[in-house]
Ligand binder design. Structure first.
Ligand SMILES: *Cc1c(COP(=O)(O)O)cnc(C)c1O
Length: 393
Protein backbone atom coordinates (compact mmCIF):
# COMPACT_ATOMS: atom_id res chain seq x y z
CA UNK A 1 0.00 0.00 0.00
CA UNK A 2 1.11 3.54 -0.62
CA UNK A 3 -0.46 6.93 -0.34
CA UNK A 4 -2.10 7.83 -3.65
CA UNK A 5 -1.62 11.55 -3.31
CA UNK A 6 -1.62 12.18 -7.05
CA UNK A 7 -5.22 10.94 -7.41
CA UNK A 8 -6.35 12.96 -4.44
CA UNK A 9 -4.83 16.11 -5.86
CA UNK A 10 -6.25 15.44 -9.33
CA UNK A 11 -9.75 15.01 -7.88
CA UNK A 12 -9.42 18.28 -6.04
CA UNK A 13 -8.41 20.03 -9.25
CA UNK A 14 -11.29 18.46 -11.19
CA UNK A 15 -13.76 19.73 -8.57
CA UNK A 16 -12.46 23.32 -9.04
CA UNK A 17 -11.38 23.29 -5.40
CA UNK A 18 -7.63 23.35 -5.90
CA UNK A 19 -5.99 26.03 -3.75
CA UNK A 20 -3.08 28.20 -4.79
CA UNK A 21 -1.12 30.69 -2.77
CA UNK A 22 -0.76 34.09 -4.42
CA UNK A 23 2.78 35.37 -3.86
CA UNK A 24 2.71 38.79 -2.21
CA UNK A 25 5.76 40.88 -2.98
CA UNK A 26 4.81 44.06 -1.10
CA UNK A 27 3.51 45.01 2.36
CA UNK A 28 -0.20 44.75 3.14
CA UNK A 29 -2.19 47.66 1.76
CA UNK A 30 -4.78 48.47 -0.90
CA UNK A 31 -2.15 48.46 -3.66
CA UNK A 32 -0.12 45.28 -3.71
CA UNK A 33 2.28 43.43 -5.96
CA UNK A 34 1.06 39.84 -6.40
CA UNK A 35 2.66 37.25 -8.68
CA UNK A 36 4.42 40.06 -10.50
CA UNK A 37 1.23 42.09 -11.08
CA UNK A 38 0.22 45.41 -9.48
CA UNK A 39 -3.26 44.91 -8.08
CA UNK A 40 -5.85 46.77 -6.04
CA UNK A 41 -6.71 44.31 -3.27
CA UNK A 42 -10.01 43.78 -1.47
CA UNK A 43 -9.21 40.58 0.37
CA UNK A 44 -7.06 41.40 3.39
CA UNK A 45 -8.26 41.26 7.00
CA UNK A 46 -6.19 44.35 7.80
CA UNK A 47 -9.46 46.22 8.37
CA UNK A 48 -7.98 49.34 9.91
CA UNK A 49 -4.86 49.57 7.77
CA UNK A 50 -2.50 49.08 10.71
CA UNK A 51 -0.38 46.20 9.33
CA UNK A 52 1.95 48.64 7.58
CA UNK A 53 1.48 51.69 9.78
CA UNK A 54 4.72 53.67 10.37
CA UNK A 55 4.18 54.02 14.13
CA UNK A 56 3.47 50.31 14.53
CA UNK A 57 6.56 49.48 12.46
CA UNK A 58 8.66 51.78 14.62
CA UNK A 59 7.32 50.18 17.81
CA UNK A 60 8.36 46.76 16.50
CA UNK A 61 11.83 48.02 15.51
CA UNK A 62 12.38 49.59 18.92
CA UNK A 63 11.00 46.47 20.57
CA UNK A 64 13.47 44.28 18.70
CA UNK A 65 16.35 46.53 19.70
CA UNK A 66 15.37 46.41 23.35
CA UNK A 67 14.13 42.83 23.68
CA UNK A 68 15.79 40.94 20.83
CA UNK A 69 14.01 38.83 18.28
CA UNK A 70 13.03 35.44 19.68
CA UNK A 71 10.59 34.63 22.48
CA UNK A 72 13.18 32.05 23.57
CA UNK A 73 10.99 29.66 25.56
CA UNK A 74 7.41 29.01 26.62
CA UNK A 75 5.69 31.49 28.93
CA UNK A 76 6.00 29.14 31.91
CA UNK A 77 9.75 28.70 31.52
CA UNK A 78 11.53 31.95 30.62
CA UNK A 79 9.59 33.25 27.59
CA UNK A 80 7.11 35.56 29.37
CA UNK A 81 8.71 38.97 29.01
CA UNK A 82 7.76 42.50 30.08
CA UNK A 83 6.17 43.49 26.71
CA UNK A 84 3.98 40.35 26.78
CA UNK A 85 2.89 41.18 30.30
CA UNK A 86 2.23 44.84 29.49
CA UNK A 87 0.15 43.83 26.48
CA UNK A 88 -1.92 41.43 28.60
CA UNK A 89 -2.61 44.23 31.07
CA UNK A 90 -3.56 46.62 28.26
CA UNK A 91 -5.89 44.02 26.69
CA UNK A 92 -7.55 43.36 30.06
CA UNK A 93 -8.14 47.08 30.47
CA UNK A 94 -9.38 47.38 26.84
CA UNK A 95 -11.90 44.58 27.29
CA UNK A 96 -12.89 45.69 30.80
CA UNK A 97 -12.04 42.29 32.26
CA UNK A 98 -9.83 41.31 35.19
CA UNK A 99 -7.28 39.52 33.00
CA UNK A 100 -6.22 38.65 29.47
CA UNK A 101 -3.85 35.94 28.28
CA UNK A 102 -1.70 36.32 25.18
CA UNK A 103 -1.33 33.58 22.55
CA UNK A 104 0.77 33.30 19.40
CA UNK A 105 -2.21 32.60 17.14
CA UNK A 106 -5.99 32.64 17.30
CA UNK A 107 -6.08 29.01 16.28
CA UNK A 108 -4.18 28.12 19.42
CA UNK A 109 -6.17 30.44 21.68
CA UNK A 110 -9.33 28.62 20.60
CA UNK A 111 -7.84 25.16 21.03
CA UNK A 112 -6.60 26.21 24.46
CA UNK A 113 -9.80 27.75 25.77
CA UNK A 114 -12.14 24.96 24.67
CA UNK A 115 -9.92 22.03 25.68
CA UNK A 116 -9.14 23.55 29.08
CA UNK A 117 -12.82 24.11 29.87
CA UNK A 118 -14.54 20.94 28.66
CA UNK A 119 -13.60 17.29 28.30
CA UNK A 120 -15.11 13.85 28.53
CA UNK A 121 -18.53 13.93 30.18
CA UNK A 122 -19.06 17.58 29.18
CA UNK A 123 -20.80 19.20 26.21
CA UNK A 124 -19.69 21.72 23.64
CA UNK A 125 -22.29 23.34 21.37
CA UNK A 126 -21.16 25.32 18.36
CA UNK A 127 -22.69 27.34 15.56
CA UNK A 128 -22.51 25.34 12.31
CA UNK A 129 -20.63 28.17 10.62
CA UNK A 130 -18.01 28.67 13.32
CA UNK A 131 -14.41 29.15 12.30
CA UNK A 132 -12.50 25.91 11.66
CA UNK A 133 -10.31 26.44 14.72
CA UNK A 134 -13.37 26.41 16.99
CA UNK A 135 -14.78 23.28 15.39
CA UNK A 136 -11.39 21.56 15.65
CA UNK A 137 -11.18 22.63 19.28
CA UNK A 138 -14.56 21.08 20.01
CA UNK A 139 -13.51 17.77 18.47
CA UNK A 140 -10.14 17.78 20.24
CA UNK A 141 -11.75 18.46 23.62
CA UNK A 142 -13.34 15.00 23.83
CA UNK A 143 -16.58 16.56 25.05
CA UNK A 144 -19.92 15.66 23.44
CA UNK A 145 -19.91 17.90 20.42
CA UNK A 146 -22.94 19.17 18.55
CA UNK A 147 -23.52 21.97 16.07
CA UNK A 148 -26.65 24.11 16.15
CA UNK A 149 -28.23 25.87 13.17
CA UNK A 150 -26.53 29.09 12.22
CA UNK A 151 -27.24 31.85 14.70
CA UNK A 152 -30.39 30.08 15.89
CA UNK A 153 -31.04 30.36 19.64
CA UNK A 154 -33.96 27.94 19.37
CA UNK A 155 -31.84 25.25 17.76
CA UNK A 156 -29.25 25.91 20.48
CA UNK A 157 -31.94 25.62 23.14
CA UNK A 158 -32.94 22.14 21.98
CA UNK A 159 -29.37 20.96 22.25
CA UNK A 160 -28.95 22.62 25.64
CA UNK A 161 -31.90 20.58 26.89
CA UNK A 162 -29.94 17.38 26.18
CA UNK A 163 -26.55 18.65 27.34
CA UNK A 164 -24.57 16.85 30.03
CA UNK A 165 -21.81 18.03 32.32
CA UNK A 166 -20.22 21.46 32.00
CA UNK A 167 -21.62 23.00 28.85
CA UNK A 168 -19.81 25.49 26.68
CA UNK A 169 -21.63 27.34 23.91
CA UNK A 170 -19.17 28.64 21.31
CA UNK A 171 -19.76 31.16 18.54
CA UNK A 172 -17.91 33.49 16.23
CA UNK A 173 -18.77 37.12 17.06
CA UNK A 174 -18.61 38.23 13.44
CA UNK A 175 -18.86 35.19 11.15
CA UNK A 176 -15.69 35.14 9.14
CA UNK A 177 -17.11 34.08 5.76
CA UNK A 178 -20.45 35.94 5.88
CA UNK A 179 -19.68 39.01 7.96
CA UNK A 180 -22.97 38.75 9.86
CA UNK A 181 -23.13 39.26 13.62
CA UNK A 182 -23.91 36.54 16.14
CA UNK A 183 -27.22 37.21 17.86
CA UNK A 184 -25.47 37.39 21.20
CA UNK A 185 -28.36 38.68 23.31
CA UNK A 186 -30.48 35.65 22.32
CA UNK A 187 -27.61 33.15 22.54
CA UNK A 188 -26.62 34.53 25.98
CA UNK A 189 -30.16 34.20 27.26
CA UNK A 190 -30.42 30.59 26.04
CA UNK A 191 -27.06 29.64 27.55
CA UNK A 192 -27.79 31.35 30.83
CA UNK A 193 -31.15 29.58 31.27
CA UNK A 194 -29.26 26.29 31.31
CA UNK A 195 -26.24 27.43 33.30
CA UNK A 196 -24.00 27.03 30.25
CA UNK A 197 -21.05 29.31 29.52
CA UNK A 198 -20.82 31.36 26.36
CA UNK A 199 -17.49 31.72 24.53
CA UNK A 200 -17.25 34.29 21.74
CA UNK A 201 -14.41 34.42 19.21
CA UNK A 202 -14.48 37.99 17.97
CA UNK A 203 -11.54 37.82 15.57
CA UNK A 204 -13.28 40.12 13.07
CA UNK A 205 -15.19 42.35 15.47
CA UNK A 206 -12.36 43.84 17.54
CA UNK A 207 -11.36 47.03 15.76
CA UNK A 208 -14.27 47.64 13.37
CA UNK A 209 -17.17 47.17 15.82
CA UNK A 210 -18.09 49.15 18.93
CA UNK A 211 -17.57 52.82 19.75
CA UNK A 212 -13.96 52.24 20.82
CA UNK A 213 -13.29 49.17 18.69
CA UNK A 214 -14.23 46.84 21.55
CA UNK A 215 -15.97 44.47 19.17
CA UNK A 216 -19.31 42.72 19.34
CA UNK A 217 -19.60 42.78 23.14
CA UNK A 218 -19.19 46.55 23.10
CA UNK A 219 -21.66 46.74 20.19
CA UNK A 220 -24.31 44.88 22.22
CA UNK A 221 -23.27 46.27 25.62
CA UNK A 222 -22.55 42.81 27.07
CA UNK A 223 -20.26 42.10 30.00
CA UNK A 224 -18.30 39.26 31.53
CA UNK A 225 -21.43 37.71 33.09
CA UNK A 226 -22.98 37.39 29.64
CA UNK A 227 -19.82 36.26 27.84
CA UNK A 228 -17.41 34.71 30.34
CA UNK A 229 -14.90 33.68 27.65
CA UNK A 230 -13.94 36.32 25.10
CA UNK A 231 -11.35 35.66 22.38
CA UNK A 232 -9.77 38.23 20.10
CA UNK A 233 -7.10 37.86 17.47
CA UNK A 234 -4.36 40.34 16.70
CA UNK A 235 -3.57 39.47 13.08
CA UNK A 236 -6.65 41.16 11.65
CA UNK A 237 -7.70 44.70 12.63
CA UNK A 238 -4.75 45.01 15.03
CA UNK A 239 -2.46 44.46 12.06
CA UNK A 240 0.11 42.41 13.98
CA UNK A 241 -0.02 38.78 15.13
CA UNK A 242 -1.28 36.67 18.01
CA UNK A 243 -4.49 36.43 19.98
CA UNK A 244 -5.89 36.73 23.47
CA UNK A 245 -8.47 35.27 25.79
CA UNK A 246 -10.03 37.76 28.23
CA UNK A 247 -12.01 36.81 31.31
CA UNK A 248 -11.94 36.30 35.06
CA UNK A 249 -8.86 35.73 37.17
CA UNK A 250 -9.91 32.09 37.59
CA UNK A 251 -10.47 31.54 33.88
CA UNK A 252 -7.03 32.85 32.96
CA UNK A 253 -5.31 30.88 35.73
CA UNK A 254 -7.12 27.76 34.54
CA UNK A 255 -5.71 28.29 31.06
CA UNK A 256 -2.21 28.90 32.40
CA UNK A 257 -2.39 25.68 34.44
CA UNK A 258 -4.20 23.34 32.07
CA UNK A 259 -4.29 24.56 28.46
CA UNK A 260 -1.78 22.50 26.51
CA UNK A 261 -1.75 24.83 23.45
CA UNK A 262 -0.71 27.59 25.86
CA UNK A 263 1.84 25.65 27.87
CA UNK A 264 3.71 23.74 25.18
CA UNK A 265 4.70 26.45 22.77
CA UNK A 266 7.22 29.25 22.53
CA UNK A 267 5.99 32.76 23.34
CA UNK A 268 5.60 35.15 20.43
CA UNK A 269 8.53 37.49 19.76
CA UNK A 270 8.33 40.28 22.37
CA UNK A 271 8.75 42.91 19.63
CA UNK A 272 5.42 41.74 18.19
CA UNK A 273 3.82 42.54 21.55
CA UNK A 274 5.45 46.00 21.41
CA UNK A 275 3.90 46.53 17.97
CA UNK A 276 0.48 45.39 19.20
CA UNK A 277 0.63 47.80 22.15
CA UNK A 278 1.01 50.60 19.61
CA UNK A 279 -1.74 49.34 17.31
CA UNK A 280 -4.09 48.93 20.28
CA UNK A 281 -3.46 52.57 21.16
CA UNK A 282 -4.23 53.68 17.57
CA UNK A 283 -7.26 51.41 17.30
CA UNK A 284 -8.82 52.88 20.44
CA UNK A 285 -7.86 56.50 19.99
CA UNK A 286 -8.27 57.21 16.29
CA UNK A 287 -11.93 56.55 15.64
CA UNK A 288 -11.73 58.17 12.18
CA UNK A 289 -10.64 54.78 10.80
CA UNK A 290 -13.88 53.16 11.94
CA UNK A 291 -15.92 56.11 10.66
CA UNK A 292 -14.28 55.99 7.22
CA UNK A 293 -14.64 52.20 7.09
CA UNK A 294 -18.35 52.45 7.87
CA UNK A 295 -18.78 54.94 5.04
CA UNK A 296 -17.04 52.54 2.66
CA UNK A 297 -19.26 49.66 3.83
CA UNK A 298 -22.44 51.67 3.26
CA UNK A 299 -21.32 52.81 -0.20
CA UNK A 300 -20.28 49.29 -1.22
CA UNK A 301 -23.62 47.82 -0.23
CA UNK A 302 -25.53 50.51 -2.09
CA UNK A 303 -23.37 50.16 -5.22
CA UNK A 304 -23.45 46.36 -5.23
CA UNK A 305 -27.24 46.31 -4.84
CA UNK A 306 -27.54 48.62 -7.85
CA UNK A 307 -25.50 46.15 -9.92
CA UNK A 308 -27.85 43.37 -8.80
CA UNK A 309 -25.32 41.39 -6.78
CA UNK A 310 -26.51 39.16 -3.93
CA UNK A 311 -25.07 40.37 -0.64
CA UNK A 312 -25.31 39.00 2.88
CA UNK A 313 -26.88 40.97 5.73
CA UNK A 314 -23.51 42.17 6.98
CA UNK A 315 -22.75 45.45 8.75
CA UNK A 316 -19.02 44.63 8.85
CA UNK A 317 -16.03 45.03 6.50
CA UNK A 318 -16.65 41.43 5.35
CA UNK A 319 -19.00 41.77 2.35
CA UNK A 320 -19.49 38.48 0.53
CA UNK A 321 -21.01 38.37 -2.94
CA UNK A 322 -22.91 35.10 -3.18
CA UNK A 323 -22.35 33.21 -6.42
CA UNK A 324 -23.15 29.55 -5.63
CA UNK A 325 -21.12 27.63 -8.18
CA UNK A 326 -17.35 27.37 -7.52
CA UNK A 327 -16.45 27.61 -11.19
CA UNK A 328 -18.45 30.81 -11.70
CA UNK A 329 -16.91 32.33 -8.59
CA UNK A 330 -13.45 31.57 -9.96
CA UNK A 331 -14.37 33.00 -13.36
CA UNK A 332 -15.55 36.25 -11.78
CA UNK A 333 -12.33 36.65 -9.80
CA UNK A 334 -10.34 35.97 -12.99
CA UNK A 335 -12.26 38.68 -14.86
CA UNK A 336 -11.64 41.12 -12.01
CA UNK A 337 -7.96 40.24 -11.94
CA UNK A 338 -7.65 41.02 -15.65
CA UNK A 339 -8.81 44.50 -14.68
CA UNK A 340 -6.27 44.82 -11.86
CA UNK A 341 -8.49 43.86 -8.93
CA UNK A 342 -7.80 41.17 -6.38
CA UNK A 343 -10.78 39.62 -4.58
CA UNK A 344 -10.75 36.16 -3.00
CA UNK A 345 -13.04 33.36 -4.16
CA UNK A 346 -14.13 31.27 -1.17
CA UNK A 347 -15.24 27.76 -2.02
CA UNK A 348 -16.25 24.60 -0.16
CA UNK A 349 -15.15 23.15 2.19
CA UNK A 350 -14.43 26.56 3.73
CA UNK A 351 -18.11 27.41 3.09
CA UNK A 352 -21.07 25.02 2.67
CA UNK A 353 -21.49 23.30 -0.72
CA UNK A 354 -23.24 25.47 -3.32
CA UNK A 355 -22.40 28.75 -1.55
CA UNK A 356 -19.16 29.72 -3.28
CA UNK A 357 -18.67 33.43 -3.07
CA UNK A 358 -16.40 36.37 -3.57
CA UNK A 359 -15.31 37.60 -0.19
CA UNK A 360 -14.82 41.32 -0.54
CA UNK A 361 -13.17 42.86 2.49
CA UNK A 362 -12.90 46.58 3.00
CA UNK A 363 -10.25 48.46 4.94
CA UNK A 364 -9.95 51.94 6.36
CA UNK A 365 -6.87 52.14 4.15
CA UNK A 366 -9.04 52.10 1.00
CA UNK A 367 -9.97 55.46 -0.50
CA UNK A 368 -13.47 56.28 -1.71
CA UNK A 369 -12.04 56.39 -5.26
CA UNK A 370 -10.58 52.88 -4.94
CA UNK A 371 -13.99 51.61 -3.89
CA UNK A 372 -15.57 53.18 -6.99
CA UNK A 373 -12.95 51.39 -9.10
CA UNK A 374 -14.08 48.11 -7.55
CA UNK A 375 -17.76 48.84 -8.14
CA UNK A 376 -17.18 49.83 -11.78
CA UNK A 377 -15.19 46.65 -12.41
CA UNK A 378 -17.81 44.52 -10.67
CA UNK A 379 -20.56 45.97 -12.85
CA UNK A 380 -18.59 45.24 -16.00
CA UNK A 381 -17.47 41.72 -15.01
CA UNK A 382 -20.90 40.73 -13.69
CA UNK A 383 -22.44 41.67 -17.04
CA UNK A 384 -19.74 39.70 -18.89
CA UNK A 385 -20.34 36.64 -16.71
CA UNK A 386 -24.04 36.83 -17.52
CA UNK A 387 -23.28 36.96 -21.25
CA UNK A 388 -20.96 33.96 -20.97
CA UNK A 389 -23.67 32.00 -19.14
CA UNK A 390 -26.30 32.71 -21.78
CA UNK A 391 -23.73 31.91 -24.51
CA UNK A 392 -23.32 28.41 -23.05
CA UNK A 393 -27.02 27.85 -22.48
C1 LIG B 1 -8.59 34.21 11.67
C2 LIG B 1 -9.47 33.58 12.68
C3 LIG B 1 -8.92 32.78 13.69
C4 LIG B 1 -7.49 32.38 13.69
O1 LIG B 1 -6.67 33.40 14.14
P1 LIG B 1 -5.13 33.36 13.74
O2 LIG B 1 -4.51 34.32 14.67
O3 LIG B 1 -5.07 33.78 12.32
O4 LIG B 1 -4.67 31.95 13.95
C5 LIG B 1 -9.77 32.32 14.67
N1 LIG B 1 -11.08 32.59 14.64
C6 LIG B 1 -11.64 33.33 13.67
C7 LIG B 1 -13.10 33.60 13.70
C8 LIG B 1 -10.85 33.84 12.66
O5 LIG B 1 -11.40 34.54 11.68
Amino acid sequence: MSFDLATRLAERRAAHLYRQRPLLDSPQGPEVQVDGQRLLAFCSNDYLGLANHPEVIRAMQQGAEQWGVGGGASHLVIGHSTPHHALEEALAEFTGRPRALLFSTGYMANLAAVTALVGQGDTVLEDRLNHASLLDAGLLSGARFSRYLHNDAESLGKRLDKAEGNTLVVTDGVFSMDGDLADLPALCAAARRKGAWLMVDDAHGFGPLGATGGGIVEHFGLGIDDVPVLVGTLGKAFGTAGAFVAGSEELIETLVQFARPYIYTTSQPPAVACATLKSLELLRRESWRRDHLNQLIARFRQGAAEIGLTLVDSPTPIQPILIGDSQRALRLTALLKQRGLLVGAIRPPTVPAGTARLRVTLSAAHTAAQLETLLDALAECWALLGQEDSGRA
